[in-house]
Design a protein around this ligand. Structure first.
Ligand SMILES: Nc1nc2c(c(=O)[nH]1)N[C@@H](CN(C=O)c1ccc(C(=O)N[C@@H](CCC(=O)O)C(=O)O)cc1)CN2
Length: 281
């Protein structure tokens, strides 16, 4: 049955990959609608994203041996099927609300399967509708392991394919970061690598910077050092207090996180060692 399919792959670069992919699609009667590729001469990795019209299961079956031969990390999926997403938040909910709004208007094709926070629902500035399950998972240093086990159970029970830390202000353990490798996106409220860690706006104010920014990145065990997906900045002045920076930063955080989540959901984002490849939309 013909439908739109999305093929994404990364592998060690070598001649003939695109020819092999195009030939396989063609032999299955699939028509390439859009293709983006990048060969990184530094890492020796090749990245390809192809949108095609064809029989997804036939293409998937025909492509498996090709992927095996080239040791590819690959997916063939129906891009119209929304990804299942779990959003974690602490107290500041501007990014959470923005993601929910973009989902509701169809801009972000995702199913938000649950929201979880280390604070109660009524600690959020915006009252959440009851259409998305909300889980209050309080945490202390002493209970972090147990609380992360609860998050893991939530992920497995909901089938969440992506976890978004929408200003979730808890450092994930190395084990949790490893468990979520490549499928957990965080918004850090600074233009990394500047001002990692806690209270980056206060750090920026103390440094007297003239620009503030936000960075969305995949989460790793190294705090705020994960592969960067999206960034943006805004000018500020000497007259801006830390509170003014926090206020000006909210819009940057919202749009940067949405841009990163969109790239991931659309299969335009690829891990490339400590960096990413993000194809344009
Ligand atoms: N393993 C990782 N976990 C998290 C990352 C990450 O990159 N790797 N990013 C952070 C988000 N973050 C900044 O964006 C951040 C969150 C929390 C802290 C911090 O010092 N938290 C304290 C507790 C703070 C509190 O309870 O209010 C702590 O965990 O000890 C720094 C940076 C999300 N997690």
């Amino acid at each position: 049955m013909t439908a739109q399919g999305l093929l994404t792959l990364s592998c060690e670069d070598r001649p003939g990959i695109v020819a092999e992919v195009a030939g396989t699609l063609s032999r299955e009667g699939a028509n390439i609608l859009e293709a983006q590729q990048f060969g990184d001469e530094e890492t020796g990795r090749f990245f390809l994203r192809v949108v095609f019209a064809g029989d997804l299961s036939a293409v998937r079956g025909a492509f498996a041996p090709v992927a095996e031969r080239f040791s590819m990390d690959w997916t063939v999926r129906d891009p119209s099927v929304p990804a299942r997403v779990l959003i974690l938040v602490s107290k500041f909910d501007h990014c959470l609300i923005d993601l929910l709004y973009r989902q509701r208007i169809g801009e972000l094709k995702m199913d938000v399967v649950a929201i979880a926070s280390n604070h109660p629902k009524d600690a959020l500035a915006h009252s959440l509708a009851d259409d998305v399950p909300f889980h209050h998972l309080p945490v202390t240093a002493a209970t972090k392991e147990k609380q992360e086990a609860q998050i893991r159970t939530l992920i497995e029970e909901t089938g969440a394919e992506l976890v978004v830390l929408a200003r979730y202000m808890q450092i994930l353990s190395d084990e949790m970061a490893a468990y979520l490798a490549g499928r957990c996106i965080n918004i850090h409220h600074s233009f990394l690598p500047g001002f990692k860690g806690a209270r980056p706006y206060h750090q920026a104010h103390a440094r007297g910077v003239k620009m503030i920014g936000a960075t969305a990145h995949y989460v790793t065990g190294d705090l705020d050092e994960g592969p960067i997906l999206a960034q943006d900045v805004e000018p500020i002045t000497h007259a801006d207090s830390p509170g003014a920076l926090i206020a000006k930063g909210r819009d940057i955080e919202r749009r940067v996180l949405a841009r990163a989540v969109q790239a991931h959901l659309e299969g335009r984002a690829f891990l490339n060692g400590s960096k990413t490849v993000v194809f344009s939309d």
